[in-house]
Design a protein around this ligand. Structure first.
Ligand SMILES: Nc1ncnc2c1ncn2[C@@H]1O[C@H](COP(=O)(O)OP(=O)(O)OP(=O)(O)O)[C@@H](O)[C@H]1O
Length: 395
């Protein structure tokens, strides 16, 4: 039986019934196009800061921030790559390290990756971090060039590991004689910038570049450019691209979301054997993506958060909405059924706010009576079923 399924998939793989994608990779978030429409100002600002590296001088550090999908990573990678290419043709010693600090989960691995970009081989484990750092400094001194380090999603790293490494890196030039280091930090969390140690903030953010969200017209241009490379001619009409752009602009001007919509819509069209991608495919892609997002955030909640969410759903199913007090009673009941000690009401209130921030529920303050703030909590009606199914067997 399972063999038949595999046979069928292999058959489809060899001969797709429709020709939709010319090159699906182009819609992948990691792909950086040669031209980045509507980011000319940000490219210019970052390039103006970093360009002195071509004279062997230390550029200022820069901090790029803005909401997700506003092109921060794409701009940083583009500018740094172009500068390294220029440096090579001018025989200037310039190298770059790009580190996604969310994906590389330890300080050891972050420093090792930075060091490896100037050719230093660090064993995957086994050295003290201070030793890895010392070897990196020695290697820099022997090399004698300018090293640009891009630290992407740097807020994740700092929340996990603290800001010791950042502090060291912003001061590294004091230890160097023949080399220079410049940092480009990237974050989509504005609160992160506020929370940094003031010494780190003033050095890392010597220059701050804010990336505004894209509007629907800008997203259209971005999608159009990618669609022309990713799809066969005639597969995606401008109306479909406009529709994706409008949906993503309504969210918060996120180019990643817009590209995902187009890619998933194309995949649905391909699965169906449709010769074209239609607005209906985009609508279904939107539901699929949203469900995936909800699924991911629900599944990654800790147990008590899951129970609070389940309690909200149970109460809201009966009454349409729930108050903090009702949620607490229901939560305590479920927790006890599961043999767990319930958390305090105060903690549960905090959890409700977190669920609100994740977009899983909507909590509004109803009154500030004698017993403090009461909230009215609702679950988005389009999410009730998905969340309910996911929490069926919370244990
Ligand atoms: N101006 C643009 N032109 C073409 N593609 C773009 C542009 N801006 C963003 N993109 C594309 O959108 C996707 C997301 O962009 P990017 O990763 O740079 O966003 P980000 O601001 O770094 O987001 P995050 O904070 O989530 O990492 C990528 O595929 C990128 O190539």
């Amino acid at each position: 039986m399972s063999l038949d399924i595999i046979d069928e998939l292999v058959k489809n793989l060899k001969a797709p019934s429709t020709r939709i994608f010319k090159n699906r990779e182009i819609l992948h978030p990691e792909y950086v196009p040669e031209v980045l429409p509507h980011r000319e100002n940000e490219i210019r600002r970052l390039a103006e800061i970093l360009i002195v590296a071509l004279r062997g001088e230390r550029p200022s550090n820069a901090l790029l921030y803005g909401l997700t999908g506003t092109g921060k990573t794409a701009v940083a990678r583009y500018v740094v790559k172009r500068l390294v290419e220029k440096a090579n043709s001018l025989n200037v010693k310039l190298e770059q390290a790009y580190v996604n600090t969310r994906k590389l989960d330890t300080t050891y691995r972050v420093v090792a990756q930075i060091a490896s970009s100037i050719g230093l081989k660090i064993p995957p484990t086994g050295l003290a971090i201070s030793e890895v750092y010392r070897r990196y400094i020695n290697a820099l001194e022997n090399w004698g060039g300018v090293h640009i380090i891009v630290l992407d999603e740097v807020d994740y790293y700092v929340k996990r590991e603290g800001d010791d490494l950042l502090y060291k890196l912003v001061r590294i030039n004091e230890e160097l004689k023949s080399s220079r280091v410049a940092l480009v930090g990237i974050t989509n969390d504005i609160n992160f910038v506020e929370s940094l140690d003031p010494r780190v903030r003033s050095s890392l953010g010597e220059v701050e570049i804010v990336f505004p969200p894209y509007n629907a017209e800008q997203l259209f241009d971005i999608l159009k450019q990618r669609a022309e490379m990713a799809f066969y001619p005639g597969v995606v009409d401008d109306g479909v691209i406009s529709f994706c752009a409008a949906l993503a602009a309504r969210e918060h001007g996120d180019a990643r979301r817009a590209l995902d919509l187009l890619r998933v819509a194309g995949e649905i069209a391909e699965r169906e054997g449709s010769p074209k991608v239609t607005v209906d495919h985009v609508k279904r892609a939107n539901v699929e993506i949203e469900e995936g997002r909800v699924q991911q955030s629900v599944m990654s909640l800790p147990l008590h958060q899951k129970i609070v969410l389940k309690a909200i759903i149970e109460v809201a199913k009966l009454k349409g909405s729930a108050t903090t007090g009702e949620v607490y009673l229901k939560y305590a009941e479920i927790a006890k059924e599961l043999g767990l000690e319930p958390l305090t009401q105060r903690r549960v209130s905090e959890i409700i706010s977190q669920l609100d921030m994740l977009g899983l529920v909507n909590a509004t303050v109803a009154s500030r009576g004698r017993h403090g703030v009461t909230k009215v909590i609702r679950v988005r009606s389009d999410l009730v079923k998905t969340v309910d199914d996911l929490l069926k067997d919370v244990k």
